[in-house]
Design a protein around this ligand. Structure first.
Ligand SMILES: [Zn+2]
Length: 346
């Protein structure tokens, strides 16, 4: 199959994204409009002027400092409830346009309410309502994950948790720990994740990305993680890889993000394929479409053309994602059955 046939094929596949940040899924054109409407100073109001501030450029050093820097810029654009609703609706519409049928969209309430100065519960409510409306309009199922950053205070995390729990019946299904893993320990956040678990939220933890395999162990044993965000550095610990495979723990792998943030410096050495071949349930996700300038179809394409997996392997990864969805067991089984049929996977 030629490359153009392959990309058509991949675009047509029904897909699932389990790891996508709303703040990293905004349209460049929308950001320009916001900048003009709210008088955010820019030398020129065009996409190419804005691009290097919010997107990783080929000639810049790929490291997590630069990668996180893009988020700092993006935070400056969330200036009104209408903007929050709009970017949520557009993020859902863009996923649906890429034939994503099931999306778990995550967001960080402090990032979205940085300028508006509203409560976390209000901001989560706006995202819930807009996501539900867009899901109906575009025939896509959307569930929401609330994130807190480990480089922000645990007191802040406490408020995020309370707000997430208050919105549990409105589409919020899980709690996530994100942020600077290499310099900020997760330990202060243990009690919050204990409570989230007890209250019935699913848990995913960014780990084994900017720090080593020990972070993945900690996420599983101390933070009650149901899935691991990234987890690619699990490959450094063969015993852990065997345990992940044995327990069927899904890794939310985001290959381009790993490359852009400097976790992986050479595409050929990305751990996705070796983890998959050792039986780990890998899933393929985007993380931040605007920062990496990608769609999920692009990610699946790169996994095939750069990481030596085949189309059937990619379909298996989509099916793995269905099996790892943060849904009640009966709904998850329905999702898996639907994807098995549509992907024609035995
Ligand atoms: Zn992430």
């Amino acid at each position: 199959m030629g490359e153009s046939d392959l990309i058509q094929n991949i675009r047509a596949l029904p897909k699932i994204d389990l790891h996508r940040h709303l703040e990293g899924a905004v349209r460049l054109e929308t950001l320009i409009e916001i900048a003009q409407d709210y008088g955010i100073e820019m030398p020129e109001y065009d996409v190419e002027t804005l691009r290097p501030f919010v997107q990783m450029m080929p000639d810049e050093t790929h490291n997590y400092q630069h990668f996180l820097g893009k988020f700092s810029t993006l935070r400056q654009f969330f200036r009104s409830p209408d903007i929050i609703r709009r970017v949520t609706r557009e993020a859902v519409a863009d996923a649906a346009a890429d034939n994503i049928l099931y999306l778990e969209l995550r967001f960080t309430p402090p990032a979205l309410s940085n300028i508006i100065r509203c409560s976390y519960e209000e901001v989560i409510g706006w995202v819930c309502d807009a996501a539900a409306e867009a899901a109906r309009d575009h025939a896509i199922t959307v569930r929401l994950i609330v994130s807190m950053n480990r480089h922000e205070s645990v007191q802040n995390g406490e408020k995020v948790l309370q707000a997430a729990l208050a919105c549990h019946t409105r589409g919020v299904v899980a709690l996530d720990l994100a942020g600077n893993e290499s310099q900020y320990p997760a330990q202060p956040f243990y009690p919050l994740f204990e409570r989230a678990k007890a209250a019935g939220l699913f848990i995913t933890i960014h780990a084994g990305e900017w720090a080593g395999a020990e972070g993945v162990r900690e996420a599983l044993t101390c933070l009650h993680a149901d899935r691991i965000g990234h987890g690619v550095r699990s490959i450094e610990d063969p015993e852990l890889v065997a345990e992940l495979a044995e327990h069927g723990t899904a890794l939310e792998i985001c290959p381009s993000s790993n490359y852009d943030s400097g976790v992986v410096t050479d595409w050929l050495r990305h751990p996705l394929a070796p983890l998959y071949r050792q039986g780990v349930k890998i899933t393929i996700n985007t993380d931040d479409p605007v920062i990496s300038a990608i769609t999920l179809s692009d990610e699946l394409m790169r996994v095939i053309t750069r990481l030596s997996l085949g189309l059937e392997d990619v379909k298996q990864a989509v099916l793995n994602a269905a099996g790892a969805a943060f849904l009640p067991p009966a709904e998850r089984e329905t999702l898996v059955a639907a994807f098995k049929a549509r992907l024609a996977v035995p």
